[in-house]
Unconditional design. Structure first.
Length: 322
């Protein structure tokens, strides 16, 4: 998997949903028709045992990928932008995301950040390694196509770190009854987070849209941007179109998306540029730049390299070679 900082903020799945309104399309069919990595390594680990932990791991972003089960994603140090389906969420220390692994997701970070990830997949497991305790762990509170975003207090995050540390110890030591202990620890972690949904006073800032829904303004602007990448998408133009002030639009975007309106447009354009570089190899890089709203190929190349650490031509050749 390419560990370079990449920029598929809104992948071609999202682009098709926005443009054609195909909201009823099955997630598996959408994934099948797009170039998104199936995390084979995670699948292998989850088959061995349905709970996998990567603790205190330093990463510099991930590629767009998906896998079975669920994920608890904790950020210890550093910052980045997490993309889960159509959500774009700024991550900082003490952030915790909860989402389903089958929703395509990706972490984008200009520098390394420290994370812990708990992946869980009970699914159709029938290996004899699962005590009946796992039946007590209920995940209906997790959205099917988006994520929950928690910003914990120092005390709450310390407790989460302690639970991760205890989980890591059991998974490594594998003493008598370790399977039952691990399941109990995951149950405890799940309930700890679930309570924050029904007792919001316990969390500093649970995402203002717990269901993953954006306000009408931000949703409509997002849709408009995705369907008109080749047009003038300046803050002034879009604010005028939706009859709001520029300050209000950028403030709303930053609050709900975790990035500024300008950054969102830029990331959308580069993401669409990647799709076109993959899927229409006969179209020149200059033409692609103009198609997605960049004033020149050099402007496109500069931003593309800043976000992906490679030029459009290098990226296209890599796609051809693979």
């Amino acid at each position: 998997m390419n560990e370079a900082v990449v920029c598929d903020i809104v992948n071609s799945i999202t682009m098709r949903i926005f443009r054609w309104g195909t909201r009823a399309m099955d997630m598996k069919d959408m994934i099948k028709n797009n170039n998104i990595d199936w995390n084979k390594d995670m699948v292998k680990k989850l088959k061995h045992f349905p709970i996998v932990l990567h603790s205190n791991q330093w990463k510099k972003g991930t590629g767009l990928h998906y896998h079975p089960g669920l994920e608890f994603h904790m950020t210890h140090e550093g910052t980045g932008t997490m993309v889960v389906g159509k959500q774009i969420v700024l991550q900082s220390p003490r952030s915790v995301l909860v989402f389903r692994g089958m929703v395509p997701h990706q972490m984008i970070s200009r520098s390394s950040y420290k994370r812990s990830v708990v992946s869980i997949n009970f699914g159709d497991e029938d290996t004899g390694m699962l005590p009946s305790l796992h039946q007590l762990i209920e995940f209906a509170w997790i959205p099917n196509d988006s994520c929950l975003n928690f910003s914990l207090t120092p005390k709450q995050f310390l407790r989460m770190e302690e639970m991760v540390k205890e989980l890591r110890h059991e998974l490594m030591a594998r003493g008598t009854g370790w399977e039952q202990v691990v399941l109990a620890q995951v149950l405890q972690m799940s309930v700890f987070l679930q309570r924050m949904l029904v007792e919001p006073e316990q969390v500093t800032a649970l995402s203002s849209q717990p269901s993953g829904r954006k306000s009408d303004l931000v949703q409509q602007c997002s849709d408009f941007v995705c369907g008109n990448l080749g047009e003038d998408l300046s803050l002034k133009t879009v604010a005028r179109r939706f009859a709001v002030s520029e300050a209000y639009l950028t403030r709303s975007f930053t609050k709900e998306m975790g990035i500024s309106f300008y950054q969102y447009v830029l990331l959308q354009r580069v993401a669409e540029g990647k799709r076109l570089l993959r899927e229409v190899p006969d179209v020149s890089i200059s033409d692609i730049a103009y198609m997605i709203g960049f004033p020149s190929s050099s402007h496109f190349s500069r931003h593309f390299k800043l976000l992906t650490e490679e030029t459009p031509s290098v990226y296209r050749q890599k796609m051809i070679d693979t």
